[in-house]
Structure formats: C-alpha cells, structure tokens
Design a protein around this ligand. Structure first.
Ligand code: FMN
Length: 213
C-alpha cells in the first residue's frame, strides 16, 4: 500500500500535482481533474458540486476552475470566499482535500482560457444563465439557437462577462492514501494568507502534521 513520504515534504502541492498527472495518465477516469467544490452561502448553508480543476500551481499555491460568476456557487462565493474542495481517485486509493479563498481570476487569464474552448462551449456559456430556473428545456435550446445566429460564422467569440475563472488560494491541504487494516496515511498542511494589493496573497510557509486515520 502506498504511503506518503516520511518525513512529509514542505509543500503538499507538488505531490498533488503529481497525483493529478498520474490520474490523467492512468486512463481510469473520464474526468481525472474533477473535484467536489463546497461553498457556504450568506445564510450559512453549505452546498457542493463537481467542477474541473483546470490548473494547479504549487507555487504560489492556488487551484483554478471556471464557471458562471452569477451561478449559485458564484453568489455564495461573493458572500463568503472561503471554499473547500475534494478530489477522490478511488481506484488509485487516493483522496486530496483542499481549503482556501476563492478570488476571480485576472480577466486576461479567463479570456485566454475561454478562447481555447471549443465553439459549442463558448456559445453555450453565452446561452445559459447557470443555476436560474427555466420553464421548459426547449427555452434553453431556443436561447442556444439565438446565440448561434448572433455569432454566425464569426471567427472568434469574446468571453461573456458573467463567465470566468476562480483562483482558490490554498490555506490547507490534506493528502490521504489507503493503508492496510484501515491504517490509512494522512498528511495535513496549513498556512496563513495575507491579502496583497493586486487581488493576490502572500503566504506563510506551509506547516504540516501527520494525522491518525
Ligand atoms: C464531471 C463534471 C464536471 C463539471 N465541471 C464543471 C465546471 O468545471 N464548471 C462548472 O461551472 N460546472 C461544472 N459542472 C456542473 C456543476 O457540477 C454544477 O451543476 C453547476 O456548476 C451549477 O452549480 P451551482 O448551481 O451550484 O452554481 C460539472 C459537472 C460534472 C458532473
């Protein structure tokens, strides 16, 4: 059974990066970068849903996902930027838990990612008011057709202002591997973030502990 390095390294995100690469290379998962993202709304109600982690930067330590800023999760993050996320690679016997502060990605970064998406996804991002109710599914299809007409055969489609990335600046990470006799291995890392002027953060060094299973 796999164990975490002993002693634990200073930065957990190099291991997490490697785990993501290995999950992708394993071909065991249609969405190896899927993570459950938990938010807490203004009333204190938690909710979670799967999003795709499109980038993980071990330095300075944030994960990026893309979504609709006016979705339920976008509203929750506007009220409370603290989020948590979990990856589970069942067949690799690995789990990774994250906690952090979500801030919208710089517009230029969201523009670049939006431009890299296929045309259907781009038009879909314009057509869907994510998390809003609709009377009938056919309404959504009509909205999609209207957008397809609007964009015609235009070469490039600009990013809708309501769509973009969030950087989750990480304050805690826990890596878990399955062990024999339920003696799983767990390492937990924590650090402090201090907000900078540029929407980013400066971080203290990571502190770590091994936890009992
Ligand atoms: C495998 C998978 C990947 C998904 N990836 C994303 C994603 O990257 N971004 C996103 O906004 N929603 C994604 N979704 C849809 C979300 O789970 C969710 O339905 C949607 O974002 C609306 O959530 P909300 O109403 O809580 O804001 C994904 C769903 C699945 C099952």
């Amino acid at each position: 059974m796999e164990q975490l390095p002993d002693p634990l390294p200073d930065n957990p995100l190099h291991i997490l990066s490697q785990w993501l690469d290995e999950a992708r290379a394993s071909n065991l998962y249609p969405n190896p970068d899927a993570m459950a993202l938990a938010t807490v709304d203004a009333t204190g109600q938690p909710a979670n849903r799967i999003v795709l982690c499109k980038q993980l930067l071990a330095e300075p330590g944030y994960a990026v996902f893309y979504t609709n800023y006016t979705s339920a999760k976008g509203d929750a993050i506007a009220a409370n930027a603290r989020v948590a996320a979990v990856f589970h690679w069942d067949r690799l016997n690995r789990q990774a838990r994250l906690e952090g502060i979500a801030v919208p990605s710089p517009a230029a970064e969201s523009d670049a990612y939006f431009a890299s998406r296929d045309r259907d996804s781009q038009v879909g991002a314009w057509a869907s008011a994510q998390s809003q109710p609709i009377e009938q599914r056919s309404q959504l299809l009509r909205a999609l057709q209207a957008m397809q007409q609007r964009f015609g055969d235009r070469d490039s489609i600009a990013r809708p202002p309501h769509w973009g990335g969030y950087r989750v600046w990480l304050t805690a990470a826990e890596l878990w591997t399955r062990g024999d006799a339920r003696l799983h291995d767990r390492g937990r890392w924590e650090r402090e973030l201090t907000a900078g002027d540029d929407g980013g953060f400066t971080a203290s060094p990571w502190q770590h502990q091994r936890l009992q299973p």
